[in-house]
Design a protein around this ligand. Structure first.
Ligand SMILES: Nc1ncnc2c1ncn2[C@@H]1O[C@H](COP(=O)(O)OP(=O)(O)OP(=O)(O)O)[C@@H](O)[C@H]1O
Ligand SMILES: [Mg+2]
Length: 296
């Protein structure tokens, strides 16, 4: 189904339950005496690009790890793809893991495996496909992530930062997930490589209808691709909305992200992009709502 059909309009009122892919209610997390989350509440909607932002150490990666069953909160409810994560048996947990892909903050590729073997790993773990088919799928995912076929035979240590991110994205997409988690997908990349990753992310949502949850500090990426952004600070979600809505808020925790020169440059660039896209789509009937046509 087209993601533009699936996507819920950002209107006031409750999102229909079938359009909520992830829900966190009153989630609190502590490590010993260190309290990270006190009361996190959020909803991620089907086929949206949902971003989590917040200062370093505010608990973004921890929240993501809780969404993907790598960590349990101290209290609260986390529901993903219709399942309450606290009440999952092993079989249901494995079935659920098969429905999402994850790109970890530090890549998470196995250094002793080639890129192609890394991409094929989720297929080996979760399916009975034979080696030849797994290799074929891995090669296809490699090209989808914008990497040349020969990269498949290379080891992670031989890749540039941008190639590593792409290989890691290819692995996250191996099982054709419905839900994609990206932890800092553009961190450490030069602007051209980062822009390539922006486009890849958009493509996953626009063509394949994936729901995407990403953590990022990259303001360009936020302005270019995020539908809604949740700001995490002091243990809770301080605000959640479009970048435009957040940029107009008075909340000091939110304002911090929009006050620097990098933020203003990113917003100007997004405005230029928006104008170009508006001109392109001006004559198109039924213009779709998406990041490129959003008001920014
Ligand atoms: N397994 C753990 N044991 C103890 N403390 C942890 C653990 N995981 C995370 N923390 C602590 O929880 C806090 C939040 O960490 P987290 O990695 O979620 O932050 P973050 O918002 O992703 O930061 P960054 O932007 O730097 O990636 C940090 O203070 C971290 O030290
Ligand atoms: Mg992190």
């Amino acid at each position: 189904m087209s993601p533009t059909v699936q996507k819920t309009q950002d209107v006031k009122g409750a999102t229909p339950a079938q359009d909520v892919v992830i829900e966190m209610k009153h989630v609190s997390t502590s490590f010993g005496t260190h309290v990270v989350h006190t009361d996190v509440n959020l909803q991620v909607r089907r086929a949206e690009i949902f971003a989590l932002i917040g200062g370093s150490g505010s608990g973004k990666s921890t929240l993501l790890r809780e969404m993907i069953l790598l960590q349990q909160p101290k209290s609260g409810v986390i529901n993903v793809l219709g399942s309450d994560l606290a009440n999952l048996g092993d079989i249901d947990a494995t079935a659920l893991r098969r429905r999402w892909g994850v790109m970890f903050q530090h890549g998470g590729l196995f250094s002793s495996l080639t890129v192609k073997e890394n991409i094929g790993l989720p297929l080996r773990e979760h399916t009975d496909l034979d080696d030849a088919l797994i290799d074929e799928i891995a090669a296809w995912k490699l090209s989808m992530a914008g990497l040349a076929p020969e990269v498949g035979a290379q080891y992670p240590s031989e890749l540039s930062g941008g190639m590593m991110k792409r290989a890691s994205l290819a692995r996250a997409l191996a099982l054709d997930p419905e839900l994609l988690f990206l932890d800092e997908p553009t961190a450490g990349l030069d602007p051209v490589s980062a822009d390539g990753v922006d486009q890849l992310i958009l493509k996953q949502r626009d063509i394949f209808g994936l729901t995407i949850v990403m953590i990022t500090h990259d303001l360009d990426l936020l302005w270019q691709v995020a539908d809604r952004v949740a700001v995490l600070a002091e243990g809770t979600v301080q605000a959640c909305g479009s970048m435009l809505a957040l940029s107009r808020m008075d909340n000091p925790a939110v304002k911090k992200f929009f006050s620097g020169p990098r933020s203003r440059a990113a917003q100007q660039q997004a405005d230029v992009q928006h104008t170009k896209n508006s001109e392109k789509t001006a004559n198109t009937a039924n213009a779709v709502e998406g990041p490129s046509s959003k008001q920014k």
